[in-house]
Design a protein around this ligand. Structure first.
Ligand code: NDP
Ligand code: GDR
Length: 326
C-alpha cells in the first residue's frame, strides 16, 4: 500500500508533537509546518526530528502563498490544522492577531486545499471554548455556541468555515471540538502545567507561592496523547463530520491544585495566592463534554483520567527540575 502523507500545522506545539509521533508510528510520511523564528523552538519534537519519515517545511498561517506551496509540493492525503494563537488571555490583548491566525488562517489553508489538492482530508482544531457561556450541560455537537473571548469567537469562525467548505465544495473537512487536554508538554502558562510545575518547584524549595486567578472555574481535562488519536480517527471515516472529544468529567481549578500539591506531600492552601491579574474579563465557568458520538462512531474513549494526568505532569516536572531533559 502507498505510504500516506500528512501535513501538520502547529507541529512544534503540544498536540502537533503527539500527533506527529502517532502518525509516524502508523508509518505516515509527516510534513510538519514550522514558522520562521530567530531562535529554534523545536523542544517538543527534538526526539523525533531525525526520523526518516519526518520533514519540516517553513510556512505561516498568515501567508497564503506559503500554504499553497506546501500543499503543492507535498500533496498531503491528510491535513491537520493545529496551528493557532491558543492562549485565551492573549486573545484579549492581541485580538486582531488572534483573529488572523485562529480564524482567517483556517480559510487560507482551506483555500490552498481547494485550489491545489481538493481530495486532501482536512482536520480543524476546534475548541470547547466555542461553548463559552454554556447553553446546555453537558455540551454536545448540537449545543449552540456562545464564545466568551476573542479566541473563542475566532474558533467559532474556524469551525463554521470548515463546515462551509465541506458543504460548498464537498471537501472532506472535519471539525474536532476538543475539550482541554494537557500533558507534560503543555505550555507553562496554561493552568494545569502552571500548577504542577509550581507544586514541583515548591517541593524542591525553588519557589514559595503560586499566584492564580479563578479557583472555581471547572474544566473537562483529558490527556493530549489520547486526543490526537481521535483526530486521526475522524479522517479515517467514510464521511466527514464534527465530533466532541472530552472525558465527560469536570473538576475545579481548586481540585487540580489539591491533587497536584498532594502528589508532593503538600497542602495547596499554604501556597496558593489569589491574584486579580489572572482573572479574565469574561470567564467560562463550567465545561463538560459529552463524547458519546465519538464513542459510538469512532470507537474512541479516553485512557488517562484526571488524577492520573495531573500526577503524570507533577512527576514529569519533578524529574525535569531535578535533571532537565526535554
Ligand atoms: P500550542 O499553543 O501548544 O501550539 C500552537 C502551535 O501553533 C505552535 O506550533 C505554534 O508555533 C503554531 N502557530 C501559531 N501561530 C502560527 C502561525 N501564524 N503560523 C504557523 N504556525 C503557528 O497549542 P496546542 O497544541 O495545545 O493546541 C493545538 C490546537 O488545538 C490549537 O489550534 C488550539 O487552539 C486547539 N485546541 C487546543 C486545546 C487544548 O486543550 N490543548 C483544546 C481545543 C483546541 P510556534 O511553536 O512557532 O509558536
Ligand atoms: P483555557 O485554559 O482558557 O480553558 O483554554 P487555561 O488552562 O488557560 O485556563 C483554564 C481555567 O483556569 C482558570 N485559571 C487560570 N488559568 C491560567 N492560564 N492561569 C491562571 O493563573 C489561572 N487561574 C485560574 C482560567 O480562568 C480558566 O477558567 C485552553 C486552551 O488550550 C485553548 O486553546 C483551548 O481551546 C481550550 O483550553 C479548550
Amino acid at each position: 500500500m502507498k505510504q500516506k502523507t500528512a501535513l501538520i500545522t502547529g507541529v512544534t506545539g503540544q498536540d502537533g508533537s503527539y500527533l506527529a509521533e502517532y502518525l509516524l508510528s502508523l508509518d505516515y510520511k509527516v510534513i510538519g509546518m514550522v514558522r520562521r523564528t530567530s531562535t529554534i523552538n523545536f523542544d517538543r519534537i527534538k526526539h523525533i526530528q531525525s526520523h526518516v519519515n519526518l520533514e519540516l517545511a517553513q510556512g505561516d498561517l498568515l501567508d497564503q502563498s506559503s500554504m499553497m506551496e506546501i500543499v503543492r509540493e507535498h500533496q498531503p492525503d491528510e491535513v491537520y490544522n493545529l496551528a493557532a494563537q491558543s492562549f485565551v488571555p492573549t486573545s484579549w490583548t492581541q485580538p486582531v492577531l488572534t483573529g488572523e491566525f485562529t480564524a482567517i488562517g483556517v480559510t487560507r489553508l482551506l483555500e490552498a486545499i481547494r485550489h491545489v489538492k481538493p481530495d486532501s482530508r482536512f482536520y480543524q482544531a476546534s475548541s470547547s471554548e466555542m461553548f463559552g457561556k454554556v447553553q446546555e450541560v453537558p455540551q454536545r455537537e448540537t449545543t449552540p455556541f456562545y464564545p466568551r473571548s476573542p479566541y473563542g469567537v475566532a474558533k467559532v469562525y474556524g469551525h463554521w468555515i470548515t463546515v462551509n467548505y465541506r458543504e460548498s465544495y464537498n471537501l472532506f473537512a472535519c471539525s474536532g471540538i476538543l475539550f482541554n487536554h494537557e500533558s507534560p508538554r503543555r505550555g507553562l502558562e496554561f493552568v494545569t502545567h502552571k500548577v504542577t510545575h509550581a507544586a514541583a518547584k515548591i517541593k524542591l524549595g525553588l519557589q514559595k507561592e503560586l499566584h492564580l486567578g479563578n479557583l472555581d472555574s471547572q474544566r473537562d481535562w483529558g490527556f493530549a496523547g489520547d486526543y490526537v488519536r481521535a483526530m486521526w480517527l475522524m479522517l479515517q471515516q467514510a464521511k466527514p463530520d464534527d465530533y466532541v472529544i472530552s472525558t465527560n468529567e469536570t473538576h475545579t481549578v481548586r481540585e487540580l491544585c489539591a491533587v497536584a500539591f498532594a502528589r508532593v506531600g503538600l497542602n495547596f492552601e499554604d501556597h496558593v495566592v489569589i491574584d486579580p491579574k489572572f482573572q479574565r474579563p469574561a470567564e467560562v465557568d463550567l465545561l463538560i463534554g459529552d463524547p458519546a458520538k465519538a464513542g459510538s462512531i469512532l470507537g474512541w474513549e479516553p485512557q488517562v483520567h484526571f488524577r492520573q494526568l495531573i500526577e503524570m505532569m507533577v512527576d514529569a516536572d519533578l524529574a525535569d527540575l531535578r535533571e532537565p531533559r526535554r
